[in-house]
Design a protein around this ligand. Structure first.
Ligand code: XMP
Length: 510
């Protein structure tokens, strides 16, 4: 196992996922927990990037690096922030004002097995404001960037090796990045045992733990791949006493509840549907802040499930929480999160104290869940669906939440999907939807002046939601979207298309 130390931002997850692609089990710990961790049980340690500066950091950060570098005899790789942190800890100098962003050429100045498979010069992806201006004593510079910045260091410490790289090997834009991580895993002698069968076994084992719990079991389902897989494995391990429950919060897409119920039923997971639309919508009405909406939805979910658990006499609750949710809810680097992503995963502590909660997918990333889904024969409908936020359309209404805007959003989103499907484009994009805010636009419908909503259409391409590009459909398709939305929704007088990438934007508006 490789330990990835998280210094904030999204970098640690991407590194862990890449290592897992290479067959290595990688787990994440926030830097604040390094002090308590038993480092000797890992085969290697990676220090992640961060959006912070090594020059303005808290003592815990420096302490974590000191502990990693002094206590353990295992290979270390520092990435970006990790590179600067290690250099600084070992007596090098880090300076401001030598940042590089985006695609940069690095030149290898010394051959090393870390760079097996690299040409003398390669494109890498940089994202840093500071740099190592003076490498630590005893280190060797392996690569420099076209701007003269130290791009890779090798430091031999008491018979073990520490590598650091200024660029991000984990992003796909670094052309030979995966090769570098592969080389690091090889020279660290890490076992490659993280394959489909291993992690499927782990999923089953998570549920086996609860075999002895008697009575009915409630499995929360939403139609997404995670909850479907969790419920399917629960059925397999715990049998027919598992009752899938779908809470209709009124924030699903048009026709979605009916469609999901039909598809789940065909899979043998016919859910109990609880119509709780009024409960959710009445609490959301008038709420402006999306984080507040997420909080309310999380709270109401817990209350509804509490009621159904009591009614059924169930002690065990199953949900499809995945690894990123677990790391984020337990970590202390959480303050850096851009959105709280409250969904069914964010169960309040009273619920966890009252019931047993099984989270069989808690070790897996989404792409791993998809593989398990295929192994279990879960239909493509669930495996290939677009991601949809737990709080549903509540995060697609900007400004004051009203039922009217919600309906405009729901209808417009359905049209966006219909038009893309008609042109065979829906499956080619990551997500496609409509957003409504408070802005109004004067229109002419018939002969009359009419003030209506502005609907923003967002269609993005992405491979993991960490970064995204806006999709470039033919103008004729946008034209169709605009015409159909304004024709079929009385209250809309303008359709706009969102053309900003993530970053600097995000995928959902709030
Ligand atoms: P952003 O908007 O942060 O979204 O670029 C990244 C991905 O996460 C989804 N998303 C959510 N999923 N609960 C969820 O379960 C949420 O509150 C939430 N907010 C955003 C979003 O759809 C995209 O795929």
């Amino acid at each position: 196992t490789i330990l990835v130390v998280d210094y904030g931002g999204q970098y640690a997850h991407l590194i862990a996922r890449r290592l897992r692609e290479l067959g290595v089990l990688a787990v994440i710990t926030p830097y604040t927990r390094v002090g308590d961790a038993d480092l000797s049980k890992y085969s290697a340690i990676v220090l992640s990037g961060s959006h912070r500066s090594v020059l303005e950091t808290d003592p815990d950060v420096l302490e974590s690096a000191r502990r990693i570098l002094s206590n353990s005899g295992i290979p270390v790789l520092g990435v970006c922030f990790g590179h600067q942190l290690i250099a600084k800890t070992l007596g090098g100098v880090v300076e401001k004002g030598c940042g590089e962003y985006g695609r940069v050429v690095v030149k290898l100045v010394e051959r090393d097995e870390l760079f097996n498979g690299w040409e003398g010069e390669e494109y890498v992806w940089m994202s840093h404001g500071d740099c190592v201006s003076k490498p630590p004593p005893g280190s060797r510079v392996l690569a420099v960037s076209e701007n003269g910045v130290t791009a890779a260091l090798k430091i031999e410490l008491k018979g073990r090796v520490v590598y650091t790289v200024q660029f991000h090997p984990e992003v796909s834009h670094t052309v030979k990045g995966l090769a570098l991580l592969d080389n690091f895993a090889r020279l660290a002698g890490v076992e490659r045992k993280w394959v489909r069968n291993t992690y499927y076994a782990l999923v089953e084992a998570e549920l086996e733990k609860y075999r002895g719990v008697e009575g009915p079991v409630i499995a929360a389902v939403s139609g997404g791949v995670d909850s479907t897989v969790a419920a399917a494995v629960a059925r397999k391990v715990l049998g027919d006493r598992v009752i899938p429950v779908l809470v209709d919060h009124g924030l699903f897409r048009e026709g979605e509840v009916e469609e999901v119920v039909e598809k789940l039923s065909a899979t043998g997971l016919k859910p109990l549907v609880l119509d709780e639309r009024e409960r959710f919508l009445s609490r959301l009405e008038g709420v402006v802040d999306c984080e507040e909406r997420r909080r309310i939805i999380g709270e109401e979910f817990a209350k509804v499930f509490d009621q159904v658990m009591e009614a059924e006499g169930a002690r065990l609750f199953v949900q499809g929480t995945t690894y990123p949710d677990i790391v984020e809810s337990g970590g202390t680097v959480v303050a850096d999160r851009i959105k709280s992503h409250h969904n069914v995963a964010g169960l309040p502590s009273w619920f966890r104290e009252k019931y047993l909660v099984a989270e069989p997918l808690k070790h897996l990333y989404k792409d791993e869940v998809r593989e398990v889904a295929r192994m279990l024969g879960v239909p493509g409908y669930f495996v290939e669906r677009h991601p949809f936020p737990g709080p549903g359309l509540a995060v697609r209404v900007i400004g004051v939440f009203t039922r009217e805007k919600l309906e405009v959003c729901r209808r417009a989103s359905a049209i966006v999907e219909q038009v893309l499907r008609r042109h065979g484009l829906l499956d080619k994009v990551w997500q496609a939807f409509a957003v409504v805010g408070d802005d109004k636009w004067v229109g002419v419908k018939g002969d009359a002046r009419r003030v209506g909503y502005v609907v923003i259409v967002r269609i993005v391409e992405s491979s993991d939601a960490m970064t995204a590009d806006y999709f470039k459909p033919p103008y004729s398709v946008l034209d169709e979207v605009s015409r159909e939305i304004t024709r079929s929704i009385e209250d809309v007088t303008m359709v706009a298309y969102a053309v900003t990438t993530k970053p600097p934007s995000t995928i959902e508006p709030c």
